[in-house]
Structures are given as structure tokens and as C-alpha cells.
Design a protein around this ligand. Structure first.
Ligand code: HEM
Length: 317
């Protein structure tokens, strides 16, 4: 048997790499072979001690990628002379998991210094979080580099809000080259994690007709009409710590927590996609993993662009 690689396989790998904008799943194969194992082990430990952390890490990757590409910009903390994205409206008092990423980065630096970017750690941690919560796996293209800047203004303009209409959501995703099916599939990440009362209050207190009455009533107990802004509710009330397709079955019975969830099933063009994902878990898994790879490929810095940060929360000095 010959050990020479099959030429057509090489062509396929090269094509796949070109299609994902120079990112490659084998990017750290020789430069940091232990990186993926370190990340996976740390994510599993974090999720074991708090399942919600898996959700927070998935969201962190989304909030990184939608703001000037997947470049680790969301991780840059404010300093006296620098204002980053963490204080922007969609992030302030809401994004979590930066400490887990810092901890992973410390371990990865100890194994291979200044080799693995924070942006790549976010992408892999998102995948490992989904898997740790029982969801599908996928191969993560790698080779992103880290930004030296961040933009609070872009975080405010490009991250969709929970009051968005379906057409606003479609436009926000299209701006990132993600189509409507990608948008519906990625919203399925709301099968895990929690939201604060301030983000769904209007919907449960008469602000919506497309909400299950008993569901609205049950939420009011922990989300008063005034006060309790930070009180939490599960985005998926049926299986909050399992990455499954229950998000979509909830939508069928008007039990979407956020307005921006329920607009995906509201007598409109996305209804059939929601029905399909609700009845066909494999179809959801396939669309979700495809869309996560597409999202992870939004405007990465590659080659000699940007830098490999030594610490994810600050630019190298
Ligand atoms: C479609 C547009 C989207 C809107 C309007 C939206 C909005 C929100 C809001 C308001 C929260 C609750 C934040 C809080 O109360 O602190 C949330 C949580 C979350 N979002 Fe989204 N989101 C969207 C899409 C996505 C996407 C594409 C992903 C990932 C692929 C995602 C993953 C998550 C996760 C996992 C949580 C829970 C986080 C936690 O518990 O820490 N979301 N989202």
C-alpha cells in the first residue's frame, strides 16, 4: 500500500481551504498540535461546572464575528485610552465567558507561545461548547489572527437586537453574507442559555399577540413589570441545557422567549424552515453546522494581518 497522499484528495483540501478564505482545519497541526485538546478539555470542564457557560461561549463567537469579522475584537477590554466592544449595548452586562477564554489562552501559551489566536480559540470553544451540550460537531477552519482594534459603534450597529423584525434580522445577516436559512439555523443556538428580563419584558406584558398565554404568565413570576431587569429565563424552556431542536418546536407553540425568536414563525416566509427544523433534527444539525462555518469565516485576518495576542483582553505592547 502506498502512503503517498491521493492527488484528488489534495485538490479537494486545497479547494476547501480556498473556499473558506485561506483558513484551514489543519492550521496548527505542526505549530501547536496540543491546542485543540487543551481547548476541548477546558471547555468541557467549564460546561461541567456550569452548563450555561457553553451557551455564553457560543454567543461570544457570534458577537466576535458580526463585528468587523472573527478577529477576537470582542475580547479586548476597555483601558484608560481605549474603548472596546464590551460596553456596547448588546454586550454590556450580558456577554460572559471571557475568563474561560483567558484561562484557555494561558494554557495554550504555555504549550506554544504566540501561535494560536484568540479568534481561533473562540471558534473552537464555540464548537466544543455545542458538542459538550449534546449538539452536533463540525471541523473548524483555523488560521484567524487577532485584531489590534475594536469598535463599539459597529457592535451597536451590526449586532441585531431582540426587538428586531424578521426583515431586520434578514438584513443584518445578509450584511454578513448569511442567507435566511443560515439566519434561522443560527438562531437555533437559542436552544441553550438564558436571557434577561429587560430583553423579553415587552413581549410578555401585552406587547405581543404571538405568544402562548400560559407561557407569558409563567414568565411574569420572575420578570416583574418594573425592576428585576437582570432576572433570567431560559431561552429554551423545555431543554435549556441540551443543544437540540426544541427551540423550533417551542416556536410552533408560540413559546419563543424573544420577539426576535418568534418572528421566525409568525405566518411568514421563514415558517417552513422552522417547521422543517422542528420535525427533522438532522436537517437542523446540518444547517447549523454549515452556517457556523460560514459565520466563522466572516472577514478573518490572515497571513501577516493583525497579530497573535499574548493576552486575549489586550493588544500586544
Ligand atoms: C437572530 C438574531 C439574534 C438576536 C436578536 C439575539 C439576541 C439575544 C439576546 C437579547 C440574548 C440574551 C442576552 C441577555 O439577556 O443578556 C441572547 C442570548 C444568546 N444568544 Fe442570541 N441573538 C441572536 C442570534 C444569535 C446567534 C446567531 C447565536 C449563535 C450562533 C446566538 C447565541 C446566543 C446564546 C447561546 C445566548 C445565551 C447566552 C448565555 O446564556 O450567556 N444568538 N441573544
Amino acid at each position: 500500500m502506498s502512503s503517498a497522499p491521493c492527488p484528488s484528495l489534495l485538490v479537494l483540501v486545497a479547494m476547501a481551504s480556498a473556499a473558506s478564505g485561506q483558513l484551514s482545519p489543519t492550521f496548527y497541526l505542526t505549530s501547536c498540535p496540543s491546542a485543540l485538546f487543551i481547548i476541548q478539555t477546558a471547555v468541557q470542564a467549564a460546561v461541567n461546572s456550569e452548563p450555561r457557560m457553553g451557551a455564553s461561549l457560543v454567543r461570544l463567537h457570534f458577537h466576535d464575528c458580526f463585528v468587523d469579522g472573527c478577529d477576537g475584537s470582542v475580547l479586548l477590554a476597555d483601558t484608560g485610552s481605549f474603548v472596546g466592544e464590551q460596553g456596547a449595548a448588546p454586550n454590556a452586562g450580558s456577554i460572559r465567558g471571557m475568563n474561560v477564554i483567558d484561562n484557555i489562552k494561558t494554557q495554550v501559551e504555555a504549550a506554544c507561545t504566540q501561535t494560536v489566536s484568540c479568534a481561533d480559540i473562540l471558534a473552537v470553544a464555540a464548537r466544543d461548547s455545542v458538542v459538550a451540550l449534546g449538539g452536533p460537531s463540525w471541523t473548524v477552519p483555523l488560521g484567524r489572527r487577532d485584531s489590534t482594534t475594536a469598535s463599539a459603534a459597529l457592535a451597536n450597529s451590526d449586532l441585531p437586537g431582540p426587538g428586531s423584525s424578521r426583515s431586520q434580522l434578514e438584513a443584518a445577516f445578509l450584511k454578513k453574507n448569511l442567507n435566511t436559512v443560515d439566519m434561522v439555523a443560527l438562531s437555533g443556538a437559542h436552544t441553550i442559555g438564558k436571557a434577561q428580563c429587560s430583553n423579553f419584558r415587552t413581549r410578555i406584558y401585552g406587547g405581543a399577540t404571538n405568544i402562548n398565554t400560559a407561557f407569558a404568565t409563567s414568565l411574569k413570576a420572575n420578570c416583574p413589570q418594573s425592576g428585576g431587569n437582570g432576572n433570567l429565563a431560559n431561552l429554551d424552556t423545555t431543554t435549556p441545557n441540551t443543544f437540540d431542536n426544541a427551540y423550533y418546536t417551542n416556536l410552533l407553540s408560540q413559546k419563543g422567549l424573544l420577539h426576535s425568536d418568534q418572528v421566525l414563525f409568525n405566518n411568514d416566509t421563514t415558517d417552513n424552515t422552522v417547521r422543517n427544523f422542528a420535525s427533522n433534527a438532522a436537517a437542523f444539525s446540518s444547517a447549523f453546522t454549515t452556517a457556523m462555518i460560514k459565520m466563522g469565516n466572516i472577514a478573518p485576518l490572515t497571513g501577516t494581518q493583525g497579530q497573535i495576542r499574548l493576552s486575549c483582553s489586550k493588544v500586544n505592547s
